[in-house]
Design a protein around this ligand. Sequence first.
Ligand code: CLF
Ligand code: SF4
Length: 493
Amino acid sequence: MTRHIIPLDIVAKKTSAPAGAGCAAKSCGTDTAGSDLPPEVWAKVKDHPCYSEQAHHYFARMHVAVAPACNIQCNYCNRKYDCANESRPGVTSERLTPEQAVHKVAAVAARMPQLSVVGIAGPGDALADWRHTFETFDLLSRQFPDIKLCLSTNGLALPDHVDRIRELKVDHVTITINMVDPAVGEDIYAWVFYDHRRHTGREAARILHERQIEGLRRLVEAGILVKVNSVLIPGINDAHLAAVNETVRGHGAFLHNIMPLISDPAHGTRFGLDGRRGPTPAELKQLQDHLGGGARLMKHCRQCRADAVGLLGQDLSQDFTMDRVAGMTVEDRPEERRLYREFVERERLDREQAARVAERGLSAAVTVPPLLVAACSRGGGRVNQHFGHAREFQLYEVDGAGIRFVGHRRADHYCQGGHGEEDKLEAVVKALDGVSVLLAAKIGSCPSDRLKAAGITVITDHAYDYIETAVAAVYRSHRAAAAADGQAMAQAS
Ligand code: CLF
Ligand code: SF4
C-alpha cells in the first residue's frame, strides 16, 4: 500500500524565509481565521482543514460512514445516496459498524500523518440514530486522543445531545441551516419526523428551525465551535441566505459555509426531477461577496462524501474500502503526526512571511481591475501540480488591495458525459470561466494552446513557489504591461 504523505521534499523545495522568521504569532498571516481569534479558539481550528482555509493545504480529514438513518427529508436528497448536506449526491458509502470505523481510522492514520480530523457526516444524519455515532466517537477518542472529532447534523435531534457531545470532547459541529423562516423552509423539506410522528409543510419547517437554533445556541454556550452549512438553492433561498447568515452569526456560529445545490434528474431528488438548477460559480461568488461582512465564510468546501479520506481536494476513499482495509496493518504512529504538525508550523510561518513580502509591492499609483488567477496545487499552498493531473483549481483574486482566496473550481463538475481528452479539456475551459491566468508546475503544448485561445494565460515560471508569491508576481507584471500599453497609446495620440 502506498503511503499518502505529502512528499516533504516537494512541499519544501523552495523556502522563502528561514523557518521561524517573521511574525512568530500564530494569529497573523494570510489566514483571516487566525488574525482575530483568542488563542484557545485558534488552537482548535488551526489544524482543522474545514475550519481554517490555511490548514486545508496541509491537513487531511476522513469520514466514517456509521450513520445511515435520517429523520427528515430534504428535497435535494435521495436516500439511495449519501446525505447531500455534507456530500455530493450520486456517490454512496459503505456502512460501517463502530468497530469497523475504528479499524479503518487506524489503517488511514498509520499511512497518513496529515490526518487531523475524523468526522461523522452520514450517510444519513449523525444524530438520527445517535448510538453508533457516540459509540464510534467514544472508541476513537480513547485510541487516538490527538485526532479531532467532528460531527455534522441537520440539527433536528441536536438539542437532546449537546451534553454528550461535550463529554466526548467533540469540538466541532456542523449544522445544515438552509432557512430561518418556515415559509421558505416548506419548499425545502418534504417532512420531518419528530416526537413520534411525521410533520409536513410549514409546521415541519417550523419544528426544524426551532430545533436548529436551540441546538446552535446550546453548543455555543458549551464552548463548541459551530459551522453552519447552507445549501444555496436558486429561486428558493438565494435571497434569504443573508438573513440566515445574520441569524447564525447572532447566535454565535463560528463559520458559515454556503454550498451550491447539486441537482440532476439522474439523482432522483425532488429538485432534480423538478428541473431546479444549481447556482453558477458566479452566483455563488456574488452571494459570498455580498455576505462579506457577516459570519466568517468558508469558501474551500469540497462537498465531500460520507466516507471521504484525504486532503479536501483529494478523494482516496477507494483506497480505503473495507475490503482493502481488512488486509492492512494498523500500527499507529502518533509520533509521525506530531512531527508532521511541527513541520507544518514551520512551513506556515515561512508561507506567511512570503505572502507578506509578496503583497508589499501590490499597491501602486497605477491601478488595474482585479485579476482572477487559478492555481494547480496538490497541497502545501504551492504551485506544485501538473495541469494534466489537476482535478480542481484554487482560485485567487488579486488587485492593489491584496490577494484573496475566493474558492475552487472542480473540472469534474463540468465534465458530464465526456469521453476523450478533448472533452475533458473543454470541461476544464468551462470550469475556468472568468479566469485570466492559470498557474501550473507544468503543462503540455496542446492544452496550453487551447487555454490561450480561450483567453487564459498559462504560466509555469512559478513552479513550486507559494501561490501568493506567484499570484503577486503575475499581478505586478500584468500591471506593468497595462502601464506600458497606456504610455504607448498616449505617445501615439
Ligand atoms: Fe467532515 Fe464536515 Fe467535519 Fe469537515 S467535511 S464533518 S467539517 S471534517 Fe469540510 Fe467536506 Fe465541506 Fe464538510 S469540505 S463537506 S465542510
Ligand atoms: Fe438527506 Fe441529509 Fe437531508 Fe437527511 S439530512 S434528507 S440524509 S440531505
